[in-house]
Design a protein around this ligand. Sequence first.
Ligand SMILES: [Ca+2]
Ligand SMILES: [Ca+2]
Length: 112
Amino acid sequence: MRKRKSVPLVAGLSALAVLGGTSVASAATIKEGSDYAYVNQEIFTHTGVCDVEQDGNGVYGQFRTLDGFVEYRDANGSASPCSTRDLSYVTEFRVCEDWNNLPDDCSDWVRP
Ligand SMILES: [Ca+2]
Ligand SMILES: [Ca+2]
C-alpha cells in the first residue's frame, strides 16, 4: 500500500496576538495581605472579593470593565462566604483593605 504524505496544517494559523506595551502583570487572584480579589480566567466577567482576615478592616475590590469602573465590598466582612458579582468584561482589577481614618492599602492593578 502506498503511503500518503501527511499535509501540515499550517495554512490556517494566524499570527498570535501580542499584548505589547503594558506593564500590568496578569493574575487570576490579587492579594492584600491574605485578603484577595479574583477574576475567573475563563469567564472574565465573574469576580469575587474575599475578606479572610479577622482584623475589623473591610475589604473591597476595584474592577475596570468594558462598561466602566466598579467597586464593591465583601459584604459580610471576614465571615464566609466571599462576595461575588458578575460584571462586564474585566480588563484590570485590584483589592484594597479599608483602614479607618488612614489611607487604604491597595494591591497593584493586575489584568486577569
Ligand atoms: Ca484585612
Ligand atoms: Ca466574607
